[in-house]
Structure formats: structure tokens, C-alpha cells
Design a protein around this ligand. Structure first.
Ligand code: C2O
Ligand code: CU
Ligand code: CU
Length: 525
């Protein structure tokens, strides 16, 4: 069910509708309609604010010294620095809302990197204590990167406030990734409060294709929030089932309007929310052209009437506004999805306002993008099964919850395996994410693998009652990595486990521990 009565009352009191809300919640239930008409946050009109692009982070220094971590080689290194700090931004008109941010921006700054250049990012924790006086410890995970275990954001590799850690990323694959907090049991809170940003790796193949570039290649970072009348973010850490916000943010702006030229745009969609998946559609009924998924470009563009983006999934789309006359407005809508709590305006995401004259001589979209070598069933040396279900008020995998000392799978280095994910319940979906590897989806029990899912994935939407098989090569590193449901409420309570590739890999906690401030210079002189 939706919010508990206790919680409904809490939100109601703060939202100013204490008398009305409990009744409203009873009538919402698990609405499957486009809009319930109900608000938790103070009501607000869509399309009042202009679209904004998150800042792009420049390196503080770069070199061209080639090297290797033993497995992945690089042609040079770019050094970056990100401080985790509190910062305020306007969500409700005229009121500031405090977030926990990367470098003061919501979402965090976008990092754009070239394949096979190494990144070293110093993450400095200056978040201080939470409302209960507990230090806010962090662990940064670059989702989708094949990092060594000690740089992968292991949930127990925690940097307390006043500490920093230099994370090293090999950038061996061109893909739209994102970085976010992964601290044990509080990932939902920390990401909700703002600790998420995009990280885009590109290679020559991608840069040479006739795809929209520069100002026409933009992130769409989606999240849903509840904001109290006084501007503070509402989040109930005791919420054990799901979190559904009623305000949709795109790049930190509620329901923005975006002036677009009459030409093609590439959007890199990333769902950084808690529980909400999106079922995206265009209001004029035009199809959406999908060119890439979690781990980079698809073999060829795919057209779809609607695009489902589960938590942590990324899809890259191209929208062509050249056919529309100036003055046309097209709304990016969010359609119905099973068991999703819908509020007054969660059926809307943003609006594109077409302006200007058509751009002449724009090249057509390429018909082929990045070749994909399909992993064949017969390549697999074993098969494992993981059942995701609710157990005794918690979320479990094969009946078990998180235990850092227990690994639930031990693939040999570079073994190909088939993993079967089963959703043991009918009342919710689980976006399943496996660290380190990229996988291909082999089957879904109701037969529906969408064409846009037929690429390199690292997260898959495991719908109600479904079974999904994925296939992957487990490498290139040895060591312990996490696997979990990316509905972060489920993840925190406690639908997360780990697997160990090979034996004798670096320990994620003791190999490169965080260091106390003050820090020495980031760039060795
Ligand atoms: Cu997006 Cu384990 O993380
Ligand atoms: Cu990940
Ligand atoms: Cu889940």
C-alpha cells in the first residue's frame, strides 16, 4: 500500500492539510491512473521554470603519462576534486531547500571524460552531522564503471566528515554513467538529499558518429521529491517499502520548460530517484528514438512509443524538433506503471517549446551505432538464481540480507555466467543492478524484452512476478562487488548482497582507506 496512516499524518501536518490528507490517501491507494489529483508538497504549476543543464566539471590538472592498473591501461590522467557540501536551491517558488550536494550543485556536476584516460577524483566529505547529530559518512560509487574493488563505493568503505578519498576510474568503456552515494543503509537518504550526478565517457567511434553534440547533447537527470511548506525536504528514514515523491525534478528543476531549436537533440536520461520508474511518452504521440542504454550506444537506433526508465537505468534518446513549427509545445509525459503511487502532476516531466527556423543541412541519424557481440547461452559455464522478495518486513535476496563477510556467488575471473532474477512478489518491481560487469538480457518470463533493452545493461527492470535471465562475463577484476535492488529503499532494508570474482582480489575496505583532512596536494608535483 501507499503511505502508512502515521506517515500520511506526518506529511499532512507539515504540508498544512492535516484534516484532509488521511482520507485522500485512502482514496489514492495504488492509483494506476495518470494523475490522482493529490499533492503532498504545496501545489505548484508545471513549466514555470526554465530548463537548466548541470555544470560540467573541469579537471584541476591533466597529464599524458600512460600507464595501467594491471588490467586496464590509460593514455593519461585527469585530476578532479569534488567537495560534498550542503547547498540550497529553489524548488518551491521563492523558498530555498537545503540539499547535500557534490560541489554545491543539484544534481552534481557532470563529468565528461574520454575513453582510456584515467580519472582520479578527490571526494572530500564536508557534510557534518545529520539532524540526529550522527556524522554523515559517505561512499562514492561510479555506477557502471568497472572499477577496482577499493574504488567501487563498497557500502562499508566509509569516509566520515573531515575525511577525503581519491577514487581512481579507468574509463575503459564509452557509456552514460552516474556517480552517487552508496553508504550502508542510508543510500536512499543520501541520494535523495542530492548526492548524485552524471559521468559520461565517450570514445572516438561515438564522437565520429553524426549524433547531436555540444549544446545539443544534454543530461536529463530525473528524481522525485516531497518538499514541506517551509522548504525542507521530506524523507522518512523509517519508510521500509517505497518512496514516492510528488515533485518531479529534471536536472534539479521542477517540471522545467526548455526552449529548443528546430533540430535534433540527444538527451541522456538517468533516473536517480528512490522507487519511481518512468514510462515516458511525448504528448503529440511521436515515437521516441532510443540510441543507447546503461552501458553505451545500441547497435542501431530503436523507435518506441514509450520508454520505461527504472531507478538507476540510463537511456539515451534523440528527439528531432525540426519538423515542428516555431511555437509548438511538446510535453514529455510519464504514463502509468503498475503499483506506482501517482500524484497530481507526476504524469508530467517537462515541456519542449520549439522556437526559431529549421536548421538546414542536419545529417540524418546514423542507421548503425556501436556493434554488439552477443553473448550466447552456450558460452555460459554456470547458472545462478536469485529470488528477490519481501521477508519478515525486510527485503531479501534468496532469503538473506546484507552481510559483508558473506559472498553469495564466486564466479571465476572472466567466466561467463547466466544469472536468473526472480521477483518473488506481485506488488512491486525491483530494478536489479550488478556492479563491475555489463550484461545482456536473455529472457523475461512474460516474453517482453523491449528493443531498447537489447544492448549492454547494468540494471534491469524486474517487473511484478517476472523472471529474467541475464548473461555476463565476470571481470576484468578480481574481488568483491555488490549486487542489489536499486529501489534504494529496498537496497537499504536490505536487498543487497555481494559476489566475489575469483579469489584474492584487493579488499574493498582496507586497500585504499579514506584519509583525514587536511589533504596533501591532489596532483603529484
Ligand atoms: Cu547505482 Cu550499487 O549502485
Ligand atoms: Cu553500480
Ligand atoms: Cu526492490
Amino acid at each position: 500500500m501507499g503511505l502508512s496512516r502515521r506517515k500520511a499524518l506526518q506529511v499532512g501536518v507539515i504540508g498544512g492539510g492535516a484534516m484532509l490528507l488521511p482520507i485522500a490517501f485512502q482514496t489514492i491507494g495504488r492509483s494506476q491512473s495518470g494523475s490522482s489529483g493529490k499533492w503532498l508538497s504545496p501545489p505548484m504549476k508545471p513549466f514555470q521554470r526554465t530548463f537548466r543543464t548541470p555544470p560540467t566539471l573541469s579537471p584541476v590538472a591533466s597529464n599524458n603519462i600512460a600507464g595501467s592498473n594491471g588490467v586496464q591501461s590509460f593514455t593519461g590522467t585527469d585530476f578532479y576534486q569534488i567537495a560534498m557540501v550542503r547547498a540550497s536551491t529553489e524548488i518551491l517558488p521563492g523558498t530555498l531547500t537545503e540539499f547535500w550536494t557534490y560541489n554545491g550543485s543539484v544534481p552534481g556536476p557532470t563529468i565528461r571524460q574520454r575513453q582510456n584516460r584515467r580519472s582520479i577524483i578527490r571526494f572530500i566529505n564536508r557534510l557534518g552531522n545529520d539532524d540526529k547529530g550522527i556524522p554523515i559518512a559517505t561512499s562514492v560509487h561510479l555506477h557502471g564503471m568497472a572499477s577496482l574493488p577499493q574504488y567501487d563505493g563498497w557500502a562499508e568503505d566509509l569516509s566520515p566528515p573531515g575525511f577525503y578519498k581519491d577514487y581512481i576510474y579507468p574509463n575503459d568503456l564509452a557509456a552514460p554513467l552516474w556517480y552517487h552515494d552508496h553508504a550502508l543503509h542510508v543510500t536512499s537518504r543520501n541520494t535523495y538529499r542530492g548526492l548524485a550526478g552524471m559521468y559520461i565517457v565517450q570514445d572516438n567511434l561515438e564522437l565520429e558518429l553524426d549524433l547531436p553534440k555540444g549544446a545539443y547533447d544534454l543530461p536529463l537527470v530525473l528524481s522525485d521529491k516531497i518538499v514541506r511548506r517551509n522548504g525542507t525536504l521530506f524523507f522518512d528514514p523509517e519508510e521500509l517499502k517505497d518512496f514516492w515523491g510528488d515533485i518531479i525534478l529534471v536536472n534539479g528543476v521542477p517540471w522545467p520548460k526548455m526552449p529548443v531549436e528546430r533540430r535534433k537533440y540527444r538527451f541522456r536520461i538517468c533516473n536517480t530517484g528512490g522507487s519511481r520508474a518512468y514510462n515516458l511518452r511525448l504528448s503529440n504521440g511521436a515515437p521516441i528514438t532510443v540510441i543507447g542504454s546503461d552501458q553505451g550506444l545500441l547497435p542501431a537506433p530503436v523507435q518506441t512509443p514509450n520508454l520505461i526508465v527504472g531507478v538507476a537505468e540510463r537511456y539515451e534518446i534523440v528527439l528531432d524538433f525540426s519538423e515542428y513549427s516555431a511555437g509548438t509545445s511538446i510535453i514529455l509525459r510519464n504514463g502509468e506503471l503498475k503499483n506506482h503511487e501517482q500524484y497530481a502532476q507526476t504524469n508530467i516531466v517537462m515541456r519542449f517549446d520549439v522556437a526559431g527556423s529549421a536548421v538546414v543541412d542536419e545529417p540524418p541519424l546514423p542507421t548503425t551505432l556501436r556493434p554488439l557481440t552477443r553473448l550466447d547461452r552456450s558460452a555460459a559455464v554456470r547458472k545462478r538464481e536469485f529470488v528477490f522478495e519481501r521477508r519478515k518486513g525486510l527485503w531479501a535476496i534468496n532469503g538473506l540480507t546484507w552481510d559483508a563477510t558473506r559472498s553469495d556467488a564466486n564466479p571465476g575471473l572472466n567466466d561467463v555466467e547466466i544469472w536468473r532474477f526472480e521477483n518473488g512478489g506481485g506488488g512491486w518491481n525491483h530494478p536489479i543492478h550488478v556492479h563491475l560487469i555489463d550484461f545482456q538480457i536473455l529472457s523475461r518470463s512474460d516474453g517482453r524484452i523491449f528493443d531498447y533493452e537489447r544492448g549492454r545493461k547494468d540494471t534491469v527492470y524486474l517487473g511484478e512476478g517476472q523472471e529474467i535471465e541475464v548473461i555476463a562475463r565476470f571481470g576484468p577484476h578480481r574481488g568483491k562487488y555488490m549486487m542489489h535492488c536499486h529501489n534504494v529503499i529496498h537496497e537499504d532494508h536490505d536487498m543487497m548482497t555481494n559476489f566475489e570474482v575469483g579469489r584474492g582480489g584487493p579488499d574493498p575496505v582496507t586497500t585504499a582507506p579514506p584519509q583525514p583532512l587536511p589533504a596533501p596536494p591532489l596532483v603529484p608535483i
